[in-house]
Write a protein that binds this ligand. Structure first.
Ligand code: FMN
Length: 186
């Protein structure tokens, strides 16, 4: 059986990206603490076919491979920079290409970054309803960081790191319950 995976997906459209760095940090922490393999992708990784795709089948091989890893992940960490009070357009477009049923029940840790505190509720008012549509299992603790929480592109704020650690703990509860469910079903 292959190792369970955590996949980070960040909606940043430019690099270097604080959001990508943050999503990757959280994904790696999940991997280290709960024994999963981690990888992180962003819009740049998807390449040019994302922008012109109207259906998932229009994606080129590289983008398609990332989409498949997202769908196959045992845990997802999603994040987006706040653009005009919400996630980036291409972040939404990526999820618009996904069949409504295929993320059902998937544990998803929500993160976002923004220039300031004003849009901190993007995680609750934009990201959570999007994944609610998919009937995904969004974790209770969502994490928002602002530009001032980063130094040289790396998240340094103790308060945000503590909140992220709380969310990573919740991944542990979900994974433990899933294993218990599997054992009970066997
Ligand atoms: C086009 C654009 C729109 C933005 N809109 C907002 C906004 O509405 N609220 C906010 O807090 N920050 C806003 N920002 C700031 C970014 O969200 C913030 O700098 C973010 O951390 C950048 O992430 P990145 O380094 O991953 O690109 C905006 C930035 C850009 C470029």
């Amino acid at each position: 059986m292959s190792n369970p995976t955590v996949v980070g997906f960040s909606g940043n459209i430019t690099r270097p990206s604080k959001t990508r760095a943050f999503v990757d940090l959280v994904a790696r922490d999940i991997a280290a603490r709960h024994g999963l393999s981690a990888s992180t992708y962003d819009i740049e990784d998807l390449g040019p076919s994302l922008g012109t795709a109207r259906w998932a089948r229009d994606l080129d091989g590289q983008a398609r491979a990332i989409l498949e890893q997202v769908l196959a992940a045992d845990v997802l960490v999603v994040g987006s920079p706040t653009y005009k009070g919400s996630y980036t357009g291409l972040f939404k477009h990526f999820f618009d290409l996904i069949d409504p049923a295929v993320l059902r029940g998937k544990p998803i840790l929500l993160t976002a970054t923004g220039g300031g505190e004003r849009h901190a509720l993007i995680v609750e008012h934009q990201l959570r309803p999007l994944f609610g549509f998919f009937e995904a299992f969004t974790l209770p603790t969502a994490v928002y960081a602002t530009d001032k929480d980063f130094t040289d592109g790396v998240l340094r704020s103790d308060a945000i790191l503590k909140r992220a650690a709380q969310a990573v703990d919740e991944v542990g509860f979900v994974l433990a319950n899933r294993s218990a469910g599997r054992i009970a079903a066997e």
